[in-house]
Design a protein around this ligand. Structure first.
Ligand code: NAD
Length: 431
């Protein structure tokens, strides 16, 4: 039997993110918010760490007859407000610290939106683009089996993230259901409609990005038709954000993916680019724009910058050069804390990840509720409810920002940490 090890640093050397350790960043963000609140130190000790970590090394049959060992993680940060919720990431640079940070961010996100969940996240160290569909299915089904001691509709509900999609969720739902002997649609969200998925889930994160960006434009007295936008990443979040912002009248002047960036000061036709990427799997070679680098995209003179790729993209190295008036964080953790300070000094209006990209988990919550009730809502109902909750949360964070005289990220954290600390205090320590 030939076993190939595909753990981090052995087959792949590319790290997921440059810059600081994401979990240290998440803990520092927590510490800063906690200073504004009088939280019992023992509760604080609990909240600034994760509750459960599962690491699995699991074998997968490859198409060439070999067997390869993969490493995966599932982390549950906090279970005080309900079952945990969070995506599954397939990426060669996945690390445990990254998954821990993402799980903690999910807790805050759910708290800001008052969704009855704690935060979780999962990941497999794999480049999904280098696996066939059959290999991906084998990997997903085996990983789901490994996670079955944690996941379930009442305990921990995965969803898609970078490198995973509705098909991944369908395999997860089917594997879990096969173990149970009956269909359990509520075990995952972001599924295809045919097996209990929700209308609007695919584009929900991008729709949320659009809604809070439009609210920020209104707040700053800026008009959509004079707004230019650069979007880093043209996957689920980036492409839907670009399309929906363009529908509102904004001009999308730059987009990028892992291959590099495109720039067209007169505007990029997002529908044409989407068709092109569906055909070619990349934005590379799209004819109606100039090629620039990903680093150049971040510092373009635009009204709105939407980082929608991965962590640690805006750092001390480039923060001073950012020219955008508004940053809407479609990705999780795209800005380092040091860069945040620089952006604040420059007066850039930041819509932090825990607020900006929560459209996905919000419609995931709608999907879970529909699955549990076996009663489904129309796309109009979903979008209307999403719009209401995104606007409400944006203005709650804005009000907290004014009340505490802090920036938007800190205001969001203060709201979130207080909400979770209240739940922790109410439940107290067992036994
Ligand atoms: P995806 O895999 O669909 O797309 C990621 C995109 O980023 C791809 O276009 C990829 O080519 C590009 N990319 C990767 N590395 C890059 C780099 N260094 N520079 C420029 N582009 C790069 O992933 P997604 O689901 O769109 O997730 C993107 C981000 O949004 C992640 O941080 C994820 O955690 C976050 N997020 C996703 C959701 C969701 O519902 N999908 C919800 C909340 C947050």
């Amino acid at each position: 039997m030939r076993v190939q090890i595909a753990q981090r640093g052995q087959v792949y050397s590319k790290a997921a993110s440059k810059g600081p350790n994401p979990f240290e960043t998440a803990q520092r963000q927590y510490d800063i918010a906690a200073q504004f609140l009088s939280i019992d130190p023992s509760v604080s000790t609990i909240l600034r760490d994760v509750q459960r970590i599962l690491t699995v090394n699991f074998p997968v049959h490859m198409d060439d007859g070999s067997i390869r060992l993969f490493t995966g993680y599932r982390v549950q940060h906090n279970l005080h407000r309900g079952p945990t919720k969070g995506g599954i990431r397939y990426h060669p640079g996945v690390t445990l610290d990254e998954v821990k940070a993402l799980a903690m961010w999910m807790t805050w996100k759910c708290a800001i939106f008052n969704l009855p969940f704690g935060g979780a996240k999962g990941g497999v160290v794999v480049d999904p683009k280098r696996l066939s569909q059959i290999e991906l299915e084998h990997l997903t089904r085996r990983f789901t089996s490994e996670l079955s001691i944690l996941i379930g509709p009442e305990s921990d509900i995965p969803a898609p993230d970078m490198g995973t999609n509705a098909q991944t969720m369908a395999w997860m739902m089917d594997t879990y259901s096969m173990h149970k002997g009956y269909s359990v649609p509520a075990v995952v969200t972001g599924k295809p409609l045919s097996i209990g998925g929700s209308q609007g889930r695919d584009e929900a994160t991008g729709r949320g990005v659009m809604i809070v960006t439009m609210e920020a434009l209104k707040h700053l007295g800026l008009a959509a038709d004079t707004t230019t936008v650069a979007v880093q990443g043209f996957g689920n979040v980036g492409s839907n954000s670009a399309r929906l912002l363009a529908e509102q009248g904004c001009k999308i002047v730059a987009v990028s993916d892992v291959s590099g960036a495109l720039y067209a000061p007169k505007g990029i036709n997002v529908a044409d680019l989407t068709r092109y990427t569906q055909e070619h799997g990349t934005i590379e070679g799209f004819p109606h724009a100039d090629r620039i680098t990903n680093d150049q995209l971040l510092t373009l003179p635009v009204t709105v910058l939407v980082p929608a790729a991965m962590e640690n993209q805006i750092t001390l190295e480039n923060a001073e050069d950012i020219q955008a008036r508004i940053i809407t964080e479609g990705a999780n953790g795209p800005t380092t804390p040091e860069a945040d300070d620089v952006l604040n000094e420059k007066g850039i209006f930041m819509i932090p990840d825990v607020l900006a990209n929560a459209g996905g988990v919000t419609v995931s919550y709608f999907e879970w509720v529909q699955d549990l009730q076996h009663f489904f809502w129309t796309e109009e109902e979903i979008n209307e409810r999403l719009h209401k909750i995104m606007r409400h949360s944006f203005h709650r964070v804005l009000a907290a920002r004014e009340m505490h005289s802090v920036d938007m990220r800190l205001a969001a954290y203060i709201l979130a940490v207080q909400t979770v600390a209240d739940a922790s205090n109410a439940r107290s320590i067992y036994p």
